[in-house]
Design a binder for this molecule. Structure first.
Ligand code: DGL
Length: 274
């Protein structure tokens, strides 16, 4: 048995750090291993096959380093790879290990946030195309009306640290207006990409009052706490030394520079190949 059995947190790059930050705050005593596949980001524009291939590489890398539970802190990976991993790959190759995503925790609670029964979604083109959000939401809230808006330029703007300024304002306003023009009754909007919380202040500026913006981090973190309470065999296998390790598939200095923006404090990463 490996000495450390951290919880693995995976993202295509930086975005998962906004989720990891909330998870680490609720579970400070657990060990965590974060992996960002920066060398192959973005995932949001890639095919199902490619996202599955990349995500499964990353999950196996985390399993090989002692993780018995991995959270895909990436909407695109959760939308396009999680089902195949849970239903096919794990039963075949790792029946005792677990992989969770970030879509279900939000969709099973989204009804709490809307009075009108009309909900919006901002996400990458890949997540929108996968239809994962409306499909999952229908399971829990069959009467809820869901409209999705793909925002392909938001991730590159954020990754270039363009969190305000005229160019970013233009593209934020454009997608806010398009979504609300399609359904003016929307009163809650899911930020369905782990990068988007960095734009929440700007998005909120263009929203009429009374529309809630839903960030996934706190909801996913609470869901993980509940999962560990219910699955004592997994919880018992997670080591609890308060360690946090960060790996990137690209340049660690570049990663650390931008990672602090997403994580909220300094990050020291190491390079790895998948
Ligand atoms: N982290 C991804 C997500 O949440 C966005 C970045 C990418 O396209 O790789 O969908």
């Amino acid at each position: 048995m490996t000495a450390a059995q951290p919880i693995g947190i995976f993202d295509s790059g930086y975005g998962g750090l906004t989720v990891f930050k909330e998870i680490a705050a609720l579970l400070p005593e657990y060990d965590f291993l974060y992996l960002g596949d920066n060398a192959r980001t973005p995932y949001g524009t890639r095919s199902f096959e490619t996202v599955h291939h990349y995500t499964w590489d990353a999950v196996r890398w985390l399993f090989a380093r002692g993780c018995r539970l991995v959270v895909l802190a990436c909407n695109t990976a959760s939308a396009k790879a999680l089902r195949t991993i849970q239903q096919k790959d794990l039963p075949q190759a790792y029946p005792d290990l677990r992989v969770l995503g970030v879509i279900r925790p939000v969709t099973e609670r989204i009804g709490e946030f809307s009075r009108s029964g009309h909900v919006g979604l901002f996400a990458t083109a890949g997540t929108v195309r996968s239809q994962s959000y409306p499909i999952e939401i229908k399971k829990f809230f069959p009467d809820l009306v869901v409209h999705a808006e793909a925002c392909p330029l938001w991730v590159p703007l954020i990754e270039n640290n363009e969190l305000d300024g005229a160019g970013t304002e233009f593209f934020v306003r454009r997608h806010v207006d398009k979504l609300l023009a399609r359904d003016p009754e929307i009163d809650a909007i899911i930020l369905g990409c782990t990068h988007y919380p960095l734009l929440s202040a700007l998005i909120a500026r263009f929203l009429p009052p009374g529309i809630k913006l839903i960030s996934q981090g706190p909801i996913v973190a609470e869901a993980l706490v509940g999962y560990l309470h219910r699955h004592t065999e997994i919880d018992g296998s997670c080591t609890k030394g308060g360690r946090r390790e960060f790996f990137t598939t690209d340049d660690p200095e570049d990663f650390d520079r931008l990672a602090a923006l997403f994580y909220g404090s300094a990050v020291r990463s190491k390079k790895t190949d998948l």
